[in-house]
Design a protein around this ligand. Structure first.
Ligand SMILES: Nc1ncnc2c1ncn2[C@@H]1O[C@H](COP(=O)(O)OP(=O)(O)OP(=O)(O)O)[C@@H](O)[C@H]1O
Ligand SMILES: [Mg+2]
Length: 229
């Protein structure tokens, strides 16, 4: 599903260079639930942004569900992002001027899905995440956990095969965090491939595989049930 080959990322600001990712090889199969952990600055978000086609690597190749991502132009990348990837961020990234319903409908509008079809699907998803009674509210009128549930509904609208989440529970209390993790588990059980960054071991525990990053390198790759050396 995701194959990264010799991926590197170097950020350049004037004469300052930061090697955010050292040559990285990684494969994630369809249906996996992967957690990414590691210290602050170890390259986790950099990796997620590359996987999510929000950023391009400095070198290396990336195959996503059969598409050679490194060869695509901007328009093709937007299409891949829209169709293949749902992204959930720590800071929710909802549009404040739009209602909950409009936020969830947005990816479908971009995809040219007819308004009524989009609205119907958005309402279904909002019901699923328990927010049917908040569809006309604006994000500022919601709690953190509710905002994140809107973001998850939005990430599911295009039925993308991959759901990426960068510290989705980082701004939430324990109870909301567990509600969000329950949703991720259901979504995974339905066949979606999930890659999730977290600092919290009890959140990572829900995954089948844990990748540990340090200083731009993959230090450890542990699968549930396997004993690490
Ligand atoms: N736009 C940028 N320009 C320059 N350097 C950057 C940029 N984005 C990230 N970096 C650097 O790249 C390295 C990796 O950053 P990244 O955001 O991937 O870390 P992270 O593992 O997600 O950390 P955190 O747990 O704090 O979110 C860091 O040293 C960071 O300072
Ligand atoms: Mg980060």
């Amino acid at each position: 599903m995701i194959t990264l080959t010799d991926i590197t990322k170097v950020y350049k600001n004037g004469s300052l260079e930061v090697q955010a990712l050292s040559p990285l090889n990684l494969q994630v199969d369809r249906g996996e639930f992967v957690a990414i952990m590691g210290t602050s600055g170890s390259g986790k978000s950099t990796l997620m942004n590359i996987i999510g086609c929000l950023d391009v690597p400095t070198s290396g190749s990336y195959n996503l569900d059969g598409e050679e991502v490194h060869t695509l132009n901007e328009d093709q990348l937007s299409r891949v992002r829209n169709q293949k990837i749902g992204f959930v961020f720590q800071s929710f990234n909802l549009l404040g001027r739009q209602t909950v319903l409009q936020n969830v409908m947005l990816p479908m509008m971009y995809a040219g899905i007819p308004r009524e079809t989009g609205k119907e699907r958005a309402l279904e998803l909002l019901e699923r995440v328990g927010l049917k009674d908040r569809v006309k509210h604006r994000p500022t009128e919601l709690s953190g956990g509710q905002k994140q549930r809107v973001a998850i509904a939005r990430a599911l609208t295009m039925k993308a095969p991959i759901l990426l989440a960068d510290e989705p529970t980082g701004n939430l209390d324990t109870k909301s965090s567990y509600e969000i993790m329950d949703l991720f588990k259901q979504i995974h059980a339905e066949g979606t491939t999930i890659v999730l960054v977290t600092h919290e071991p009890d959140i990572a525990e829900h995954a089948d595989r844990v990748l540990l990053f340090g200083d731009g390198k993959l230090l450890k790759d542990t699968r549930k049930g396997s004993v690490s050396p």
